[in-house]
Design a protein around this ligand. Structure first.
Ligand code: HEM
Ligand code: HEM
Length: 231
């Protein structure tokens, strides 16, 4: 989808910088301010901390890289398809492990599951992401659908993929807001470094998502094939 005449290069560069910044910020928050990450721990908060790290670095950042890979890599279409597919698989697995960490934290702390808007949208997103991956795999990769079905599916794949991705970025906003509200309710000062850091991480996340979309809407860096033919 190249709706704007500008080249993807500057958008892609900004996307990479924002991705690195977002990954560093969420790690600083969860490791330095919130005490670190652990799958097994008596301090159950450390189990929760895995959740924002894997959702942001996995689903949002690696998922975003998967989406822009068609526009940013100077490679053959077949190669880019494999990279797109593998990066989305990594994003999906990290997303599933990240959500499992939130459930594990709730279960071991006797907190109810799935009570919030964030958690309802979260489950919806991961299920839709999984369906999108399986459909993409079967139709575009193996065994591959008949060419009419591939052609007809492609615009829906793009539309649905962008919808799920934008929903995921929006839901990460709800997650940051929810966690910061919990922390402030238990005493964190509103203008403390940690509170500012969380809001700033969320701003970087929404900008990253925005630049992923800008990159998708712009012209591929290398015009090596007919963009948008469902091979
Ligand atoms: C798009 C990415 C995300 C998805 C798909 C997602 C999904 C989920 C799901 C399904 C739960 C429910 C777990 C349960 O009921 O036991 C949950 C819980 C939670 N998540 Fe996320 N999450 C995402 C990103 C984030 C981020 C970046 C934060 C920031 C800190 C966050 C904070 C929370 C909090 C505080 C909870 C516990 C309270 C609740 O269940 O709403 N999430 N998340
Ligand atoms: C096995 C998994 C997948 C396969 C085989 C696959 C395949 C493809 C193919 C062939 C294209 C067309 C590229 C072009 O002609 O320019 C494409 C584009 C796209 N895919 Fe996937 N896909 C998969 C998973 C996903 C997932 C999970 C998402 C998002 C949640 C997604 C989002 C997109 C988007 C947004 C585009 C448009 C990119 C652009 O226009 O630059 N895909 N995919």
């Amino acid at each position: 989808m190249a709706l704007i005449g500008l080249k993807a290069t500057p958008f892609a560069v900004v996307t990479q910088l924002l991705g690195i910044a977002g990954a560093v910020l969420v790690l600083v928050w969860c490791i330095y301010f919130m005490g670190g990450l652990a799958w097994e721990a008596t301090n159950k908060s450390l189990i929760f901390n895995i959740h924002p790290v894997l959702m942001l670095i996995g689903l949002i950042i690696i998922g975003g890289e998967a989406i822009i890979s068609y526009k940013t890599l100077p490679l053959r279409k077949e190669t880019k398809k494999v990279i797109h597919m593998v990066l989305h698989a990594i994003a999906l697995v990290l997303g599933i492990v990240g959500i499992s960490a939130a459930f594990k934290y709730h279960n071991e702390s006797s907190i109810a599951n799935l009570y919030s808007l964030h958690s309802w949208l979260g489950i919806t997103i991961i299920v839709l992401y999984g369906i999108q991956w399986i459909y993409g795999f079967i139709i575009f990769f193996y065994p591959g659908g008949p060419s009419t079905l591939r052609n007809d599916s492609l615009p829906w794949h793009v539309l649905f993929g962008l919808f799920v991705y934008i929903l995921a970025v929006g839901n990460a906003m709800l997650g940051f807001l929810e966690k910061l509200t919990f922390l402030e309710n238990s005493g964190l000062a509103k203008f403390s470094s940690e509170a500012l850091l969380v809001n700033f991480t969320a701003v970087v996340t929404v900008l990253f998502g925005t630049f992923v979309i800008f990159t998708v809407l712009s012209q591929p860096i290398v015009e090596d094939d007919h963009s948008y033919s469902p091979i």
